[in-house]
Design a protein around this ligand. Structure first.
Ligand SMILES: Cc1cc2nc3c(=O)[nH]c(=O)nc-3n(C[C@H](O)[C@H](O)[C@H](O)COP(=O)(O)O)c2cc1C
Length: 375
């Protein structure tokens, strides 16, 4: 396990104890004000153990940003003491606490309880989102900066700008989603403008604390005809690497996934991005189905990334970080046990229910029946 357990020093001098990162995971469990609940903190505490960095779930930067029921909030100054509970819980495990800053744009889950108008780079007939005005774009840039400052005041060690998974920043970069004809749409340079303005404003807001970690998470490609390609992603990572950022986090379903378009399709996206970043002092994080310590080790041994992030592996196995200390990959779960209670799975009820929603109804009835007499 030694390559996974080696420390890493970011370009701002902050040392991370190992190469293991908990991937950001939405839990649907903050209260109606977006404030941390005990269920949420109980989910985080065991899972932070043994990891170098824990990236706390997507957290809204303004009202329109909220994309999930129970999404944490960094919208108002009143949120700071509640954000502090999350940072303190992660720190209780001697793990660095980073929080992900999020705007869902037009990709809001149904039944969030968020009745604000859906906004997006361009109007969208499917979701009924309307085009953001330039004034709203500028305000949103400022909202990301203000949320980053609140995270810093709450004691977090850093923030991750959520530029991935189809949400607002990605919607701006993607020619599929962004059909604007002003300075925020059209050419690649224009489509990059909003994500880079957000990045610059967050960096500027946090500049008084050079030890504060700033990362950016991105999705490298989209499947739509006009969607993101590796060419867009190379331009984004090169622009990010010129800035005062500590890491770039590539959101992938599979760590080894190959490029789809506008690059060597026989090579993995991560390897290609690593090559683009050659000589740049910015860390790279990869993710995707690394659901055992063995797989995490094999991934770090590719040399493509500085850190590996783990999602489902740590969701289903709260002792994942501890297992990595010894390399124990025995009897690991791929999924939470849906025949057992939320308490058994050490996860919030609302989060377990999200998994149940994907189970066909007859099976759900059986699972619920079994659950009714097991803990
Ligand atoms: C329950 C759940 C919640 C997630 N929430 C977020 C999130 O808030 N922000 C984000 O960028 N990705 C989120 N993801 C994606 C993960 O961070 C990760 O990229 C993905 O699960 C792939 O990694 P894995 O194969 O190790 O699970 C979530 C994934 C899961 C399973």
């Amino acid at each position: 396990m030694s390559n996974l357990l080696k420390p890493y020093t970011f370009n701002n001098g902050v040392e991370v104890k190992n190469r293991l990162v908990v991937a950001p995971m939405t839990h649907w469990s903050s209260d109606e004000n977006g404030h941390a609940t005990d269920a949420e903190l109980d989910f985080i505490r065991p899972r932070a153990k043994g990891f170098g960095i824990f990236i706390a779930a997507a957290t809204a930067v303004n009202e329109q940003a909220i994309g999930f029921r129970g999404e944490p909030s960094a919208i108002r100054d009143e949120d700071i003491p509640h954000l502090k509970k999350i940072a303190d819980t992660i720190h209780s495990q001697n793990t660095l606490a980073v929080i992900q800053l999020h705007h869902s744009g037009k990709d809001r889950q149904p039944n969030t309880g968020n009745n604000t108008e859906l906004v997006a780079p361009s109007a969208d007939s499917v979701t009924q989102a309307r085009e953001m005005t330039v004034a709203e774009i500028k305000q949103t840039v400022a909202d990301f900066a203000a949320a980053a400052k609140r995270a810093m005041q709450a004691g977090f060690d850093g923030v991750e700008i959520h530029g991935a998974n189809n949400y607002l920043l990605q919607q701006f970069l993607s020619a599929h989603h962004n059909q604007r004809t002003d300075e925020y749409g059209g050419s690649l340079e224009n489509r990059l403008r909003f994500p880079l303005e957000v990045t610059d404003s967050v960096i500027d807001a946090c500049k008084d604390n050079p030890q504060f970690i700033i990362g950016y998470r991105l999705t490298p490609e989209e499947s739509h005809e006009k969607g993101l390609t590796m060419a867009d992603t190379f331009a984004l990572v090169e622009a990010l690497a010129e800035r005062d950022l500590q890491y770039i986090h590539i959101s992938l379903q599979g760590f080894y996934n190959k490029a789809r378009r506008n690059a060597d399709v026989n090579r993995s996206r991560l390897e290609l991005i690593r090559e683009k970043l050659h000589g740049k002092n910015v860390a790279l994080i990869g993710v995707g189905k690394l659901n055992t310590p063995e797989k995490a080790l094999a991934a770090i041994n590719t040399g493509w990334v500085d850190f590996v992030a783990i999602g489902m592996g740590v969701l289903a196995n709260p002792d994942f970080g501890e297992r990595c200390q010894t390399g124990n990959s025995q009897k690991m779960r791929k999924m939470p046990d849906l025949t057992r209670s939320a308490k058994f799975n050490q996860m919030p009820e609302a989060m377990l229910n999200q998994f149940m929603n994907f189970v066909p109804k007859p099976l759900r009835i059986i699972f619920n029946f079994i659950r009714s007499f097991r803990s």
